[in-house]
Design a protein around this ligand. Structure first.
Ligand SMILES: O=C(O)[C@H](CS(=O)(=O)O)OP(=O)(O)O
Length: 257
């Protein structure tokens, strides 16, 4: 039983169709990650092994972490940069094979750091689906100057074609910092008019908004409700985000239906 169960504002249990929380693992040790999941794994839906971090760690530890996350009904997946590295090195088949061997049920397909023809990105999504993976794909560039070249209509059209190609969720890029990229300005404030435009033209339940900072998480919860899908949440902030979702922190107290 929870410590103050009579004050809980319970949310839909996993597997959730919305209200998804994606956490960024930047290379946690197995025991640390396990201890974290023991206390708050029920609030985590997806767990991203960030960028190329899992390349430099021992395969046995990665395997053990993947299994541990799965035992908490969390879907662990490989960061988009890892796919990009495999693609640019012409090692896609090896990448899929190894991801399977390590136990990953899902992978992210992105083109944030490399030049990838959109048709090749769509092909990669289809290929990953055919290989049996759940696919999340990310739209946006990591270099703010390149990212600014993408118009909103282009973004939306990419999002739709990636969904049609088989992505389960479309991630809106904001990196780990959440500033000067995509829907966030240089100070990390959300560009509400752009978000509204995206939501007018694309199914919000299929979007995973990267929102690494607390103010961004509060903004989305107050704007779209506690069933908004949020990602790149730091492993330190899992409990904070869930309390925001449940209206148990000052920013959202009395504001959650
Ligand atoms: O794209 C992302 O959100 C992450 C984190 S960062 O951009 O490298 O800060 O990268 P990913 O390759 O998807 O794990």
């Amino acid at each position: 039983m929870k410590a103050f169960d009579f004050l809980l504002n319970k949310r839909e249990e996993k597997p959730r169709s919305n209200g998804i929380t994606m956490v960024l693992d930047k290379g946690l040790g197995l025991e640390t990650a396990e201890s974290l999941m023991n206390i708050s794994g029920e609030y985590v839906d997806y767990l991203k092994f960030g960028w190329g971090t899992s390349i430099i760690h021992d395969e046995d530890i990665i395997k053990a972490k993947v299994e541990m996350y799965k035992s908490h009904d969390i879907i662990p997946y490989t960061g988009g940069t890892l796919f990009e590295l495999a693609f640019m090195n012409d090692k896609l088949d090896e990448f899929f094979k190894r991801a399977h061997e390590l136990g990953f049920p899902a992978i992210e397909i992105s083109d944030g750091s490399i030049n990838l023809a959109h048709e090749d990105k769509l092909d990669s999504i289809r290929k990953a689906k055919d290989e049996g993976f759940i696919v999340l794909s990310e739209v946006g560039k990591k270099d703010p100057n390149l990212d600014k070249e993408l118009t909103l209509d282009e973004r939306i059209s990419f999002m739709q074609s990636e969904l049609d190609a088989g992505s389960s969720l479309i991630i809106v890029e904001a990196r780990e910092g959440g500033k000067n990229i995509g829907i966030f300005d240089a100070s990390g404030n959300a560009k509400e008019d752009e978000i509204d435009y995206i939501l007018d033209n694309f199914d919000g339940d299929k979007i995973l908004w990267e929102a690494p900072n607390k103010d961004q998480q509060v903004f989305f919860i107050l704007k779209l409700g506690n069933t908004v899908n949020l990602g790149n949440v730091s492993s330190d902030d899992i409990t904070s985000l869930e309390t925001l979702r449940q209206g148990l922190r000052g920013d959202t107290v009395g504001k959650i239906n």
